[in-house]
Write a protein that binds this ligand. Sequence first.
Ligand code: GLA
Length: 381
Amino acid sequence: MSNERDTVVRTFTDRVGRPPAGVWAAPGRVNLIGEHTDYNDGFVMPFALSQAVTVAASPREDDTWSVTSLNLDSTRTFTRADLVPGMSGWAAYAAGVVWALEGAGHQIDGADLVLSSDVPTGAGLSSSAALECAVLATLAELSGLQIEPLERSKLARRCENEFVGAPTGLMDQAASTLCTAEHALFFDCRSYAAEQVPLDLGVAGLELLVLDTKTPHDLVDSEYADRRATCEEAARRLGVQALRDVLDLDDALARLSDPTMRRRVRHVVTENARVLQAAELLGAGRIRDLAPLLDASHASMRDDFEITVPTVDLAVSAAREAGAYGARMTGGGFGGCIIALVETGDVDRVGRAVADRFQRARYAAPAWFAGVPSAGAGRVA
Ligand code: GLA
């Protein structure tokens, strides 16, 4: 049993006085490519990490949910009467899942939950989607519900959008729920078609460095909402349902007068094209050839979508100078993590090279690990 599983089972047993009925887990994610395309009805290609939120749980007799976070050393208890959108604090991510499930007509039984996470927080690796998807998998099974994985991811997103109040797309919850080990998820955010594309880095002699720049991203909520609003306004001006429908980029750019809006549109349209190319390359087993797409994606986020920050740009260029084949920021932006495709065994060397550059620039020390494409949410014990 993994450390996380041991810890939640032991703590649950100590607190509740009997072992849990089961243990569930849902992973964080890295997005390989396809940034800010999900809410434009476009394409994304995340994979699930081995880092996850792990939950030990049992049903209880009353209609009460008691949720303990071992990371935060905090227990929150709520009943149906407390399920009001906008609830503050970390427990909103659990309460919002009950709210979304019940809103969809499911009857959810009270439960005790003890959870622990090894997904870095505030790093753009979807620790909150992992929490939602882990709680959802737990409560659905404890309440005897059979809910299809895609429907689960949509319900977790409802929690995020309507209960917590963050206007995100579906990528993070889809990744945490639908991904499988050794694959990336090629996901169409309009049709919801999901294809598992092979991402066996080991066979290709590669590893994927995930490096957390440790940049606090204070602006992320307002900037995210701003980018989304600009994309929706551009689609309206162009007379299309979403930027996914822009087929002739030059023509679209010629019809928009606002230079900022033109750059935003160019990012989304070219990024969608890069995801389609990446899916083809991975389908043909050509992982190494992703490198120029990663570089182009980063340049597009930096110059056109303007969601990178100096630490992130320095991390990308330092990783490339240290020999990474291609590198880009991953996630919503304004800090968080970069990913870099490196030779097997090179993760620490490239990570240290970035850390050296950070030290010289007087930036906080970064942290890094090798990202391993892993399984999506489910019962683990
Ligand atoms: C955040 C959101 C996702 C997606 C990414 C950017 O992670 O939660 O829905 O929009 O940003 O690609």
